[in-house]
Design a protein around this ligand. Structure first.
Ligand code: ADP
Ligand code: MG
Ligand code: MG
Length: 207
């Protein structure tokens, strides 16, 4: 279907963006981690794009599930299971295709799974700092403000951007960066940053 093709194109576009940001993400991770986040994301999403292209005659949920499975198997460390496992789990919300309702459910379930698995809250200097404001803003923009999904997504991107900026002055309490204690203060979180890049790409591709 048209939606399936669109979602495959989104996965491809995310892979391209994260390849372009490989060094940027690696630099961020080298400051407070082990310098592999750029490679993890670029490699994992490239593999995911290949895997979904190979799917014939499929639906949106299967495309997302396949991308998630690929990330889980290709990317080790913290980000592989967090991104991949959460995509796999949340993909079930897209069984009926893409509508305002299924997109909100997908976003909420994805966030829920990330926080279940990683046990991080806002303020721990992780991807959750970008994700929570993005998902809450998306949901509110659709359900309360009655905006079309594309405008809700634009607002979610703005919220994620502020979330990424918020990771800089705070101290890491989860993941590798937490080993640094107070020395993590003053650094932008790599996973929050890749989350923002993915949301920006989603917006750019669907606009
Ligand atoms: P690793 O830290 O294992 O090398 P990556 O470098 O690929 O994995 O990913 C690091 C990112 O993962 C961090 O910047 C952070 O955003 C995210 N992260 C790490 N631990 C958690 C957690 N417990 N909950 C949510 N996100 C986390
Ligand atoms: Mg790392
Ligand atoms: Mg690592």
């Amino acid at each position: 279907t048209e939606q399936t093709a669109a979602v495959k194109a989104v996965v491809r576009a995310i892979a391209e963006r994260l390849e372009a940001e490989r060094e940027h993400l690696t630099d961020l991770d080298s400051a407070i981690g082990d310098a592999d986040h750029g490679g993890n994301m670029a490699r994992g999403w490239a593999e995911a794009a290949t895997a979904v292209e190979d799917l014939d005659d499929t639906d949106v949920a299967t495309v997302v599930k396949t991308a998630g499975r690929t990330l889980m198997s290709e990317v080790g460390g913290a980000s592989g299971p967090l991104y991949g496992g959460s995509l796999v789990f949340a993909s079930a919300e897209l069984d009926d295709g893409l509508t305002d309702e299924t997109l909100v459910a997908f976003a909420e379930t994805y966030l829920e799974k990330v926080t279940d698995r990683g046990d991080a809250a806002v303020g721990d200097q992780t991807m959750v700092d970008a994700l929570v404001p993005a998902v809450h803003t998306f949901k509110k923009s659709i359900e309360v403000d009655d905006l079309p999904a594309i405008e809700a997504l634009a607002k979610a991107v703005d919220a994620a951007e502020r979330g990424v900026a918020f990771t800089v002055p705070i101290r890491a309490s989860k993941g590798r960066a937490s080993y640094l204690g107070w020395r993590s203060v003053g650094h932008q979180d790599p996973g929050a940053t890749s989350t923002l890049f993915i949301l920006e790409t989603l917006l750019a591709t669907t606009r």
